[in-house]
Design a protein around this ligand. Structure first.
Ligand code: SAM
Length: 291
């Protein structure tokens, strides 16, 4: 057969044959490294009974690997210019479906019903466009799709924030949101040289093992996330100061501090030291007090 799509030579050939030019605004950095592709696909743990959803297939480097491993593959690509290229280079793989769309506008439950009815578990596997990493991952997690895991290449700094534990400088509302829905695990860091063109930031592969149910129970998820965001408004301020400006403006501190102590939290602590369980308790206590 032919050389793999991801080989540097074939990638250049495909790009030249179609007169394709990279759009930086769409985060187009294509993978040309077999080792990294192997690591990504291995981390997802796919087999013929599973499905793979890829976001941003580019010219199909990763899509081809997914096609060789999974039973059903759907790739959602925003750039119209790539659609005919993908259809051509992936024509040997009839179980691959290319969809032209902005993934942020796709009804994913409908997509799952149409494309993955025949397979068991589904993984999201992608080398994500870095300008929309967080909105894409939050959409995947918040919509509570029947996902086994999400394996993605993202900016290294964002991966570290997602996987951070309480107490460190990387821990924030993104860590809490991601960890509420999944168990994150850094798979590897990735050098610039595996992409064309090379991005300006460092990259990493992260796996989010999607949870069957959240690790803490909260009475109101929206409220919980609002309390978390408010607690990090100004990182250097105490939890008491941050919550006061958001929920108790123009009031004395007595009621807030009584509620914090009811939740077992010292008012002098900073938001970055609280665990998920502590945020859950705090949110429930505030909610019960009508806040
Ligand atoms: N998967 C390919 C690879 O690894 O070589 C390309 C990865 S490249 C980092 C990101 C891809 O996402 C590009 O093909 C880009 O056009 C596409 N993309 C950017 N924004 C998108 C969006 N909102 N929805 C779907 N695809 C998007």
């Amino acid at each position: 057969g032919r050389e793999e799509i991801s080989s540097p030579r074939r990638t250049k050939e495909i790009i030249a044959a179609h007169g394709f030019s990279f759009k930086k605004s769409l985060g187009q950095n294509f993978l040309i490294d077999q080792n990294i592709l192997n690591k990504i696909v291995d981390a997802a743990g796919l087999d013929k009974s599973t499905g793979a959803l890829e976001i941003g297939p580019g010219i199909g480097a990763l899509t081809e690997r997914l096609a060789q491993t999974a039973g059903a593959v759907t790739a959602v690509e925003i750039d119209q210019r790539l659609i005919p290229i993908l259809q051509e280079v992936l024509s040997p793989y009839p179980h691959v479906k290319i969809r032209h769309a902005d993934v942020l506008n796709v009804d994913l439950h409908e997509l799952f019903g149409e494309d993955f009815a025949e397979v068991g578990k589904v993984s999201v596997v992608a080398n994500l466009p870095y300008y929309v990493t967080t909105p894409i991952l939050m959409k995947l997690l918040e919509e509570k799709l029947p996902l086994a895991n999400i394996v993605v290449m993202i900016q290294k700094e964002v991966a570290e924030r997602m996987a951070a534990s309480p107490g460190g400088k990387d821990y924030g509302s993104l860590s809490i949101a991601v960890q509420y829905y999944s168990e994150p695990e850094l798979i590897c860091t990735v050098p610039h040289t595996v992409f064309i063109p090379q991005p300006n930031v460092e990259s990493a592969v992260i796996r989010l093992k999607v949870r069957e149910r959240p690790p803490v129970e909260v009475r109101d998820e929206q409220h919980f996330f609002e309390v978390v965001r408010a607690s990090f408004t100004q990182r250097r301020k105490t939890i008491s100061n941050n919550l006061k400006s958001r929920f108790f403006p123009g009031e004395g501190r007595e009621r807030l501090e009584a509620l914090l102590s009811e939740a077992g939290i010292q008012p002098s602590r900073r938001g970055e030291t609280l665990s998920l369980a502590e945020y859950a308790r705090l949110s429930d206590v505030l909610l019960a007090a009508g806040i």
